[in-house]
Ligand binder design. Structure first.
Ligand SMILES: [Zn+2]
Length: 473
């Protein structure tokens, strides 16, 4: 709001990566102007005076400003999801930036970074610019883009990130041994060049293609065309992940790369990452809530709906990932939101695409897992916003602090609800979380100080998301 009026969000429980404390946030011109926390006697310093905390709204309104009482609800920096596939441009029968960013906003996510495997793939300056012009004006959340590495574009990528495109590129995505939209990077020289880049994080999808192929041949020999979906974690096995992750970690240790490992799914990788971080502190790791919520016990029930790459693995892996969150080995939650139509998910194993839509419930699922496993809310705030902002150097995002953009999510960690198909905003219209009871509801969402979601429903009529800016390292 640039009408000179400030907004007071009063009487909230402010969740940061350091603490959960009662206090107020003052917003001015779309940014956080200050935060106020009452002392143990209930007093605050405001405009050079010591006043009772309860008096603040009255004084604030008497100056012509707006005051909103949050009645003790929790507020944190808006979620940043650095791993989404919004299918735009080129695959918009599945989803587009408008539909999926609305789902994101309903889920408390205020900024997203889209992956490059759209059509055409985002692998050059030209396709990056085209994609930004295609999605601008369509996004309800703030948005940024990753660029994709191929066996032949490392020269152009280096030019881009050291030149005028630097602020438009979040990171460099490498499909290391997993082909998605012709972006498989298997040339040793190319990998060495990409891992030598220091200006931007290198995000890697780690699965070993040769091992996947061998496992698939074995499964076809055994089952013919009728491979059960429960075989997915045997085909895209833990060994598939481990082999590729070892290679990525070795390269990152050798070159000092800002390696960001995407969707970590096994206990062995958690241990390897923990050890590798001691040798290169710039290594970071992401998992998605799909790996924290589901396990191989769910394939019989959900089949193709939880077929994603890497595969969802065992209960033991699920617990190891939760441990990895608690001990700081896992830095971020990225949804890997990857919608497909239910008709596309209805074929047999080999014809069914991998990918799960999940962005609308990622934060509520995490809050539920946090509640069950004693993960503090401070940690949830780090996982959902602070860490992604730090890793990708996002200007003005990820913290409740003076001068930061007022992108904020109000939630109730105690309120329970059941995910129902009628509430799903994805174009594909389904979610593997349908019927699940979650604890942690998203109430209000602010972008640049304007409330865009009010009590769980859309309060905006036009997409208002802005392009993110990525500071140089
Ligand atoms: Zn992905």
């Amino acid at each position: 709001m640039k009408d000179g009026k400030s907004i007071l969000l009063h009487n909230a429980l402010i969740v940061t990566q350091e603490s959960v404390k009662r206090g107020s946030i003052i917003i001015k011109d779309g940014r956080i102007d200050c935060t106020l926390y009452p002392d143990s006697d209930g007093y605050i310093e405001y405009c050079g005076q010591c006043i009772s905390y309860e008096e603040l709204p009255g004084i604030f309104q008497s100056h012509g400003h707006i005051s909103d009482d949050l009645h003790g609800k929790h507020i944190m920096a808006g979620g940043i999801d650095a791993h989404v596939h919004f299918r735009d441009p080129g695959l918009t029968h599945k989803a587009d930036f408008c539909s999926e960013s609305m789902a994101a906003l309903l889920g408390g996510i205020t900024s997203v970074i889209d992956m490059p495997n759209t059509m055409p793939p985002t692998t050059s300056m030209q396709t990056l610019s085209q994609k930004y012009s295609c999605i601008s004006g369509k996004s309800w959340t703030n948005f940024g883009l990753h660029i994709g590495a191929t066996n032949s574009n490392s020269g152009e990528i280096i030019d881009m990130i050291s030149g005028p495109y630097a602020e438009q590129v979040a990171g460099i995505k490498v499909f290391m041994g997993s082909s998605t939209g012709n972006m498989l990077v298997d040339s040793k020289d190319t990998l060495e060049r990409i891992f030598s880049i220091r200006e931007k994080p290198v995000l890697v999808h780690c699965e070993d293609e040769a091992t996947i192929r061998a496992n698939l041949i074995a499964a076809k020999e055994r089952y013919g065309e009728n491979i059960p979906f429960a075989e997915h974690p045997a085909i895209r096995s833990r060994r598939v992940c481990i082999l590729s992750t070892i290679r990525a970690l070795e390269l990152a240790i050798k070159h000092g790369t800002r390696l960001h490992l995407c969707h970590v799914s096994t206990k062995e990788e958690v241990r390897m990452i923990q050890a590798a971080k001691a040798l290169n502190p710039d290594i970071t790791a992401e998992t998605s809530v799909n790996y924290l919520w589901f396990s191989d016990r769910d394939y019989d029930r959900l089949g193709s709906r939880i077929k994603c790459n890497p595969a969802i693995k065992t209960e033991e892996d699920r617990y190891a990932l939760i441990e990895g969150i608690l001990d700081g080995t896992i830095d971020t939650i990225g949804t890997d939101h990857a919608p497909h139509l239910i008709s596309e998910k209805s074929g047999n194993y080999c014809d069914t695409p991998s990918g799960i839509p999940s962005i609308q419930h990622s934060l509520p699922v995490m809050l539920t897992i946090a509640d069950r496993n004693g993960i503090p809310l401070e940690k949830v705030s780090s996982l959902f916003s602070c860490n992604a902002s730090r890793i990708f150097n996002i200007k003005g995002k990820g913290k409740i602090g003076i001068g930061m953009d007022a992108d904020l999510t109000v939630f109730d960690p105690e309120e329970e609800f059941v995910v129902s198909r009628g509430d799903i905003a994805y174009r594909c219209g389904w979610s593997p979380y349908e019927g699940e009871k979650l604890k942690g509801r998203i109430l209000d969402v602010y972008i640049a100080g304007v409330r865009r979601i009010e009590n769980g429903t859309m309060a905006a009529d036009v997409p208002h998301g802005r392009q993110l800016s990525f500071n140089k390292a």
